[in-house]
Write a protein that binds this ligand. Structure first.
Ligand code: FPP
Ligand code: MG
Length: 338
């Protein structure tokens, strides 16, 4: 029996109606949490502290939860490889957040100071690399197929993040460009989470394939709802500074939808969206106008439609509590408020 010693114990970020399934997932998630805390420990106190910083600050642990849930579709959800894979995806994710907060010059994440704010950019970047190294060590334990999947996932994730910093090609649709960014930087790792879970639990190939595609769409929907929350929430709800994408000039779904407006009443908003929003006053004005713009609901409806698309793929699974929980997972991702 594993003794849970991690300082952060995540609640199951999902209403699972089946009590036995909910208990299994909670217990395994607690084990993953303990393992993650161990993987953040380094030889020196400084690195241990920097590497544990974001992990201990919390998070929803969506990716490990999806690994564990997808594993329930196979005959061996209890295998150690499933737990290792859950650690791999969360360590990769957290590593990418250290880098992301440097790129975004963010000072708040999970309600805590970011590593770049608390220490400095060098520490944040290298700590991200450290965690990515840890994740790679664990992936090696999972074998060559996992290494190949992880490498491919990581190149997609990084390419998506790079694409976010460049404008669409001439003639390329701005929404299509943005959806490619989102699929790369977030869809890829969430697709791999679902794939690893099913694969290491020994699920049939058709189920592994369906869950990989489900994860890709749910992952994109997750990022789209994150982008909506970046505009809609205050920092108490999200644990982040609102309007970061606007300030950084990243045109996310609500912005792209608002920019399509031909309503003369939107003239001021469109002017602001085309301006440099690093100025606090202009930024606050744009955020205020965008929050009450119909593009917000339009963006939300788009995300709900993507979640429905993901749920339709679950037809490849046996009906039952696991499929129901995966459906709920897609719904929560689309309608989350934090
Ligand atoms: C969050 O985006 C960021 C990502 C989903 C991925 C970022 C990936 C990198 C920075 C490359 C990582 C490289 C290594 C070596 C680990 P966001 O800013 O839209 O979300 P936020 O609101 O959570 O900040
Ligand atoms: Mg960010």
């Amino acid at each position: 029996m594993h003794q849970v010693t991690a300082p952060f114990a995540p609640a199951l970020a999902l209403p699972v109606l089946d009590e036995a399934l909910a208990r299994r997932l909670s217990e395994r998630l607690a084990v993953v949490e303990e393992l993650l805390a161990g993987h953040c420990r380094a030889r020196t106190a400084y690195v241990s502290q920097a590497a544990s910083h974001l992990m201990a600050a919390g998070g929803k642990r969506f990716r490990p939860l999806l690994v564990l849930l997808a594993a329930e579709t196979g005959p061996h959800p209890e295998r150690d490889e499933v737990l290792t894979a859950a650690c791999v995806v969360e360590l990769t994710h957290v590593a990418s957040l250290y880098h992301d907060d440097v790129m975004d010059e963010a000072d708040l994440r999970r309600g805590a100071d970011t590593a770049n704010a608390r220490w400095d950019n060098n520490t944040a970047i290298l700590t991200g690399d450290f965690l990515f190294g840890r994740s790679s060590e664990l992936t090696a334990d999972l074998g060559p197929e996992a290494v190949r999947i992880q490498a491919r996932t990581f190149t997609r994730l990084v390419e998506g993040q790079i694409l976010e910093t460049v404008a669409p090609e001439p003639g390329e649709d701005a929404l299509a460009h943005y959806l490619e960014v989102v699929a790369g930087k977030t869809g890829s790792l969430i697709a791999t989470s679902a794939r690893y879970g099913a694969m290491f639990a020994g699920a049939p190939a058709a189920v592994v394939e369906a869950l990989t595609r489900y994860g890709e769409i749910v992952g994109s929907a997750f990022q789209l709802s994150d982008d909506i929350l970046d505009i809609a929430s205050d920092s108490v709800e999200s644990g982040k500074t609102p309007g970061t994408d606007l300030r950084e000039g990243v045109p996310t779904l609500p912005v792209l939808m608002a920019q399509a407006s031909t309503d003369p009443e939107d003239a001021r908003l469109l002017e602001l969206l085309a301006a440099d929003l690093t100025d606090d006053e202009l930024h606050a004005e744009a955020l205020g106008l965008l929050r009450k713009h119909p593009a917000m609901d339009e963006a939300r409806a788009y995300v709900v439609a993507r979640a429905e698309e993901a749920k339709a793929l679950l037809g490849a699974l046996e009906p039952g509590p696991v499929r129901t929980a995966l459906e709920a997972f897609a719904d929560i991702v689309a309608t989350r408020s934090a």
